[in-house]
Design a protein around this ligand. Structure first.
Ligand SMILES: Nc1ncnc2c1ncn2[C@@H]1O[C@H](COP(=O)(O)OP(=O)(O)OP(=O)(O)O)[C@@H](O)[C@H]1O
Length: 213
């Protein structure tokens, strides 16, 4: 994949839960080497859309074409409290068919949670569990990253480190999609879409402001 190549095309996606429509014709294109955000109010359908893009949930109509390997960091993680960090990594290593845990170890260092490798998940804080959730989504170096509020529970330093990591991945040609309901993150993004009324509209990015985040 080269910078600018189309990696994901979403066309006219509709999704209802029972008779309640949530997505009413959402369309989006993602390109390699971009950092894109989706913002929207609570309940606007951001997680529903991401689950459809990650192939975890079927849309009622419309198409999703993905031309690269996907990494998905869900809002509700799939971690198991009785297993250690290392056991999770080894499980996902097999699932992804990876030769080694080199990339996972780099992410552990970068997010500052390498000392917890032998700790059981049930004993870790919410923010530390979220670091593992993010690592599991990134450790196979996917071309498209679908991140659903990936910094929940992160302290300030880790939050900043997350954005450095997202920018570094973008600069290496990955396409990073971050879902957030925090409009103040948008100045970090190349493009922002607002999910409203079940459709995606390109939105203006907030300008950086003094002392803000
Ligand atoms: N499995 C489900 N069954 C029925 N309704 C659902 C289901 N999942 C989500 N919904 C409903 O669909 C709507 C969109 O939910 P979704 O989680 O996609 O929104 P969101 O924008 O991600 O919200 P938040 O910002 O709070 O995370 C909500 O009204 C929610 O209650």
């Amino acid at each position: 994949m080269s910078k600018g190549d189309l990696v994901l095309r979403v066309r006219d996606v509709h999704k209802s839960y029972r008779r309640r429509p949530v997505l009413r014709g959402a369309s989006l294109e993602l390109h390699a080497g971009t950092l894109t955000g989706i913002v929207g109010e609570n309940g606007s359908g951001k997680s529903t859309l991401l689950r459809i893009l990650a192939n975890e949930l079927a849309q009622d109509s419309g198409t999703v074409e993905c031309l690269a390997k996907v990494g998905y960091c869900p809002q509700n993680s799939v971690l198991h409290g009785a297993l250690t960090v290392d056991q999770h990594l080894r499980y996902f290593q097999v699932a992804y068919g990876l030769d080694d845990l080199g990339r996972a170890s780099q992410l552990l260092e970068l997010l500052h949670f390498a000392p917890y490798r032998q700790a059981r998940l049930g004993t870790l804080s919410g923010g530390t569990r979220q670091k593992l959730n993010l690592t599991l989504a990134l450790m196979h170096d996917p071309g498209v990253l679908l991140l659903d509020e990936p910094y929940q529970g992160f302290d300030w330093e880790t939050y900043l480190r997350f954005w450095d990591l997202a920018a570094a991945l973008r600069d290496r040609g990955r396409s990073v999609l971050v879902v957030s309901h925090l409009a103040y993150d948008t100045k970090r993004l190349d493009a922002v879409y607002q999910l409203e009324g079940g459709m995606l509209k390109q939105a203006a990015r907030a300008e950086a402001h003094a002392g803000g985040v």
